[in-house]
Design a binder for this molecule. Structure first.
Ligand code: GAL
Length: 364
């Protein structure tokens, strides 16, 4: 009798073990690699992944690459050793991440590029993203809609040239700003490369690269601050007064805004942003940042995890289009973005449950 029970127990236990491992046999089924904890955007993503995974049956692990492609490669290897079946990765450097995902592919892992496209490799299976061209267009359009008169000095800043998104954001902004530069509404204040290209409605990747080379912040608020200081030191009185600033994201927008606010010859500034970072929502409430582009990370996380689960279940994930990464067309799922300013900040970010009202002051 005793023996029978123990055989039964062993049998039951193996069923549990098999059931627990039905996603491929490893300790971790979905590996997630994010670029850095130093930019609040990605800490948001981590929190949203954790919230989405609370009741999930799938085992996941999130690792940060701290702005290093070498660390990123190491992270991917760590996850491969834990037997992952799906890798969700936002690369630090889109091209340099190629070798990490090629190693994953070799291991039979399905690769999902998350928010930033991994370029120049065929080892990317899917891409989940926001509409990045629309992000840049919304930033530029905000400056157009709110600038007054003509000859308004326009200061241009961009993200890191190692990030494919930085090109898309700038391309989107340029598509709306260029006609307004051509008609004299704006005067470019800080980029001779942009000035030289101001009559071209559509720029090639190389041309965009030239401008980015001059106005990049590398997504680093400190670098953005230094660049803004250098630009304002070089600018004559004709490039001050009421100005417009294209800032690529919230982290850089806040530091650039601080620099412009402290220049006595700048009477007012409009400044764009992106990510709806907590600190920037406070800046918007306080009138120190003009707008942000809200990318609801909950949706991106849901899309990425939905894809991962489909893959684990042997189904083909749904996609809405594709992105060419320089090597192949990567099937992609794209999400819309929302423009936020003082008028709708409460409706979009508090009433939607994204943030708590208690996290801010002066909100009414
Ligand atoms: C981009 C991302 C933005 C922003 C930036 C800096 O790739 O799409 O949301 O956070 O990186 O990390």
């Amino acid at each position: 009798m005793k023996k029978k029970i123990s055989i039964l127990l062993v049998a039951m236990m193996s069923i549990f073990i098999i059931a627990g491992c039905n996603t491929g046999g490893g300790e971790v089924s979905v590996g997630i690699v994010l670029p850095t904890k130093d930019e609040p955007r990605w800490v948001q993503d981590e929190a949203r992944f954790k919230a989405a995974l609370e009741d999930s049956d799938y085992t996941t692990e999130i690792l940060f690459s701290q702005g290093s492609s070498a660390k990123e490669k190491e992270n991917v290897e760590t996850l491969l050793n834990k037997g992952i079946d799906v890798l969700i990765i936002a690369p630090h450097d889109g091209a340099a991440a190629g070798s990490a995902v090629e190693a994953a592919k070799k291991d039979g892992v399905t690769v999902i590029s998350y928010d930033r496209l991994i370029t120049d490799t065929d080892a990317v299976d899917y891409y989940v993203t926001f509409d990045s061209i629309a992000v840049g267009a919304a930033q530029g359009q905000y400056l157009i809609d709110n600038a007054e008169g003509s000859g308004v000095p326009l200061y241009l800043y961009a993200g890191a040239a190692s990030d494919n998104n930085a090109f898309l954001f700038f391309e989107g902004a340029w598509s709306v700003l260029q006609p307004k530069i051509a008609d004299g509404t704006f005067v470019i204040a800080n980029s001779s490369e942009a000035e030289a290209l101001k009559d071209k409605a559509t720029l090639t990747r190389d041309e965009l690269g030239k401008i980015l080379g001059q106005v990049t912040t590398n997504w680093d608020p400190n670098e953005a601050k230094n660049k803004a200081q250098t630009n304002l030191t070089a600018a004559g009185a004709d490039l001050k007064g009421d100005v417009a600033i294209l800032a690529p994201n919230d982290g850089t927008a806040r530091s650039i805004a601080d620099v412009f606010a402290s220049d006595g010859a700048v009477t007012s500034y409009l400044v764009s942003g992106q990510d709806a970072e907590l600190a920037s929502i406070q800046y918007i409430i306080d009138g120190k940042q003009s707008m942000t582009v809200f990318k609801d990370v909950r949706t991106l996380v849901q899309d990425a995890m939905g894809m991962a689960v489909d893959i684990l279940d042997g189904k083909t994930p749904e996609t809405t289009g594709s992105y060419n990464n320089g090597s192949i067309d990567v099937p992609a799922k794209q999400t819309d973005v929302i423009v936020v300013n003082q008028d709708n900040v409460k409706a979009e970010l508090i009433d939607s449950g994204y943030y708590e009202a208690s996290e801010f002051t002066g909100l009414d």
